[in-house]
Design a binder for this molecule. Structure first.
Ligand code: NAD
Ligand code: UDP
Length: 339
């Protein structure tokens, strides 16, 4: 007889790969908070034990230090496998190109096999990067994308495209209950201040009075989703049998110049902006069409960009030692490998 959970369904045992990372740690917390049990598998390459410190020692939470590209063995029954392990920030995947391809390919297969062996629901964290530098705007799931297969971003983009293809193949040929999520730029507490992504770089620079480093002329756009909104969408996907792909993101689109101005205004920073070369193959625009997420998951974001950025700034402002240490790395360009 399954135990009842706080969310009304049976208690699930969920494996989250990449669970010590930014999104993964919020996801582990959300599963635990609603009454599920979590096994977090992470090799700590870009994740941190601090992110899951509040969960350690609980009987319903287990941390396994493992490289999922090498294997993923979990003893006991598993109801959901959420595959989130992968470097995600451009500087991170430029630093570890082969590891990025390995976790998208072999890592995804290990996670799929674990789901197959347990007849578990499998959720893949894919990305808006599968659309590359999109010629269709906003991006709907039926757009096939515009990716340079040999450019510097391809190690990430093609790994995720392969991961999607592998996931769909396991569904078609092995009957695994899979779901593909295409996640658009997401931000919030627990990002590393020096991870090189634009929101963290601009906040770190604004809080330390350094110039905000805009790549190119700042006219390129992104659409930013606050992490709490995104996690609600991931839970809805995990609870459904929806195969996807489903876009998850906030359609509120901004140029990078607008984002810089917003963060300067929120922080009240004296920082100026300075322009740096645009990275190769940097997508010119990106905005999700979330019609499918609304329809099949009943999901849409609720936290607007201004509110989400304020919450994120507050979180970073409470950790100024770490932010100050990160500022020298961000300003010194140490995070922009491959650009
Ligand atoms: P992150 O770098 O904070 O988290 C990734 C986690 O995966 C880290 O804890 C890292 O240590 C772990 N990891 C990496 N390789 C591993 C391996 N071989 N074995 C075990 N663990 C490994 O990044 P994030 O932003 O939290 O992204 C999480 C997932 O969501 C990634 O798959 C990413 O591609 C996807 N995603 C994120 C965004 C975003 O905006 N944050 C957008 C689209 C997709
Ligand atoms: N970017 C920027 N300054 C920075 C870091 C990034 O102008 O310090 C730009 C980058 O060129 C891209 C956008 O911000 O156009 C988003 O970059 P990020 O690395 O956060 O995500 P992604 O390119 O993967 O969407």
């Amino acid at each position: 007889m399954p135990r009842p959970s706080h969310h009304g369904g049976a208690v699930k045992r969920v494996v989250v790969t990449g669970g010590a990372g930014f999104l993964g740690s919020h996801l582990c917390t959300a599963f635990i908070e609603r009454g599920d049990a979590v096994v977090c598998a992470d090799n700590l390459s870009t994740g941190r034990m601090d992110n899951i410190g509040h969960l350690l020692g609980r009987s319903d939470f287990e941390f396994v230090r493992a490289d999922v590209s090498e294997g993923l063995d979990v003893v006991g029954p598993v109801d959901v496998v959420a595959h989130f392990a992968s470097p995600a920030s451009p500087p991170d995947y430029h630093r570890s190109p082969l590891e990025t391809m390995a976790v998208g390919s072999r890592g995804t297969e290990h996670a799929l096999r674990l789901a197959e062996a347990n007849r578990a629901r499998f959720v893949l964290a894919s990305t808006s990067e599968v659309y590359g530098d999109p010629v269709v705007h906003p991006q709907r799931e039926d757009y096939w994308g515009n990716v340079n297969p040999v450019g510097p971003r391809s190690v990430y983009d093609e790994a995720k495209r392969f991961a999607e293809a592998l996931t769909v193949a396991y569904r078609r040929t092995r009957g695994v209950n899979t779901g593909v999520l295409r996640i658009f730029n997401t931000y919030g507490p627990r990002m590393r201040p020096h991870d090189g992504r634009v929101v963290t770089s601009f906040i770190t620079q604004a809080l330390t009075g350094e110039p905000l480093t805009i790549y190119g002329d700042g006219s390129q756009t992104r659409s930013f989703c606050y992490v709490d909104d995104l996690v609600r969408g991931i839970l809805a996907m995990a609870d459904s049998a929806e195969p996807g792909p489903v876009n998850l993101g906030n359609p509120d689109e901004h140029t990078m110049s607008e984002l810089a101005a917003l963060i300067v205004a929120i922080t009240g920073s004296p920082s100026a902006v300075e322009h740096h070369p645009l990275p190769v193959d940097d997508p010119a625009r990106r905005r999700p069409d979330i019609g499918r997420a609304r329809e099949v998951l009943g999901w849409q974001p609720e936290i607007d960009t201004n509110d989400g950025l304020r919450r994120t700034v507050d979180w970073f402002a409470a950790r100024m030692d770490e932010v100050a240490a990160a500022a020298s790395m961000v300003a010194g360009g140490q995070t922009d490998g491959g650009h």
